[in-house]
Design a protein around this ligand. Structure first.
Ligand code: GLY
Length: 438
């Protein structure tokens, strides 16, 4: 089977790696990712340029396409490819609104009475938004309606100082149409521990994958600017040290009800559904959905798949998804990022020296992200460079291997040494105890 993977990053490298042995692999990427290029026939092109992706797919007679990032989904890549007879792992642009239209998502919860929602209101008027924020008795989160490349959501207490700051930002979103609309969602700020559940979805059936936890803050101790994610971990039982089975299953139920509601509203959802949840004192609440694998969380779950991922992709597109097996192992993923990330480009365009043999000898996996291969050198860009992943019997051992592997990447880069460490996990457990006792 000929499979086209669309996308350039570590998530797409992990997808490619999972199917490389069972398929003839093609890829479209906007930069020369050295991990993807060595296992696929590839074309360097803008992955959001739908006619060009379609042309490449048709020229190469691909049978199926797997869409990595959200932007081409919003542009209707699946609608276009399906019209040409190419089956897609990824939702249509209508179904992808679960990520690309935050008003649609919150209204779906309300209209279909799905558990796990929160207090929210949508505004297109600056005065009304300001009054709501001023009168609301809790901190708020200000969200543009549409996609902002992870940079649009701002939280009082994190990116915003207080209600005044929130009002100003809501005005900025409306006035400047941040996220593509002169509208803004104001939500209550949830207090708890965040976790991710990713699921395979065939339109009707949903198979959840092991839960994972990302680390969005740039620096150790969960401080500093918010990034695309500095690393993540998962546990061998599919739960997390602070996440009990009941709460995990409640999250899965929320996702199942969501795909039913999407089907009724706009047609079936096929692909990967990423649920970002907050475990609060009354159970899990939905923070947001993504219509794709998470990055870095894809790297926690894809290496654990015990059967053929190609078979699972076929089940997704054919509507025959029933079971999937995951290795009972813990995983730790750490991103190596250029110095200055995400604030400035201090460490970008620098040569990276990566001793892949030593990393492999340790048993760790390498997934390349926003790097550029030029001749035989690998250069950083201003974004995350590569992810290192280790799997082991428990999180602590996986963390040790993952951390040891970081010494074999040399350049103008840094990483968070604390991701997956017992000390940080203890802090999460303690935080959850405090939340539950409120
Ligand atoms: N881990 C955050 C994301 O994938 O958007």
């Amino acid at each position: 089977m000929r499979i086209l993977v669309v996308g350039t990053g570590a998530r797409e490298h992990a997808i490619c790696q999972s199917i490389a042995k069972d398929a003839e692999l093609y890829s479209i990427m906007s930069k020369h990712n050295p991990g993807i290029s060595r296992i696929s026939k590839f074309h360097i092109s803008n992955e959001n340029d739908i006619p060009s992706v379609e042309k490449y797919a048709l020229e190469n007679k691909v049978d199926m396409a797997i869409i990595g990032p959200e932007a081409p989904l919003e542009k209707g890549i699946v609608n276009s490819l399906e019209k040409k007879g190419i089956k897609c792992v990824g939702p249509t642009k209508e179904a992808a609104r679960i990520e690309t239209d935050k008003e649609f998502m919150r209204n779906l919860f309300q209209d279909y009475n799905i558990n796990g929602s929160l207090v929210y209101k949508v505004f297109d008027n600056v005065q009304d938004a300001g009054k709501f924020i001023k009168d609301f008795d809790k901190d708020v989160v200000v969200k543009p309606i549409g996609l902002t490349g992870g940079k649009g959501v701002k939280i009082v207490g994190e990116h915003l100082k207080d209600a005044e700051d929130a009002k100003n930002y809501a005005k900025e979103v409306i006035d400047n149409k941040i996220g593509g609309h002169a509208r803004v969602v104001i939500e209550e700020r949830l207090i708890g521990e965040e976790f991710t559940v990713q699921a395979l979805v065939d339109g009707d059936h949903l198979i959840p994958m092991p839960a994972a936890q990302d680390h969005p803050h740039a620096y150790e101790g969960d401080i500093g600017p918010i990034t695309g994610g500095m690393g993540s971990y998962s546990d061998k039982n599919g739960l997390l040290p602070f996440l009990d089975k009941k709460s995990y299953l409640e999250s899965v139920k929320i996702m199942e009800e969501t795909i039913k509601a999407i089907k009724t509203e706009v047609g079936p959802y096929k692909g990967i559904l990423y649920g970002q949840f907050m475990l609060c004192n009354d159970g899990p609440r939905l923070v947001e959905y993504n219509a794709r694998f998470g990055d870095p969380e894809a790297m926690n779950v894809l290496p654990l798949i015990n059967s053929s991922f190609v078979d699972l992709c076929e089940d997704i597109v054919d509507g025959t998804l029933r079971t999937a097996n995951f290795k009972p192992l813990a995983t730790v993923c750490k991103y190596i990022v250029p110095n200055g990330y995400p604030l400035n480009a201090e460490g970008s365009n620098q040569v990276l020296n990566i001793n892949e043999n030593k990393i492999n000898e340790l048993g760790a996996l390498i997934y390349y992200a926003a790097v550029n291969q030029n001749n035989n050198e690998i250069y950083t860009s201003s974004s995350r460079a590569l992810a290192l992943v280790a799997m082991d019997d428990n999180i602590a051992d996986a963390e040790k291997v993952c951390e040891a592997s970081t010494q074999y990447v040399k350049g103008e880069v840094y990483h968070r040494r604390d991701v997956g460490t017992l000390k940080l996990i203890e802090k999460r457990i303690q935080h959850m105890h405090e939340i539950k006792s409120i």
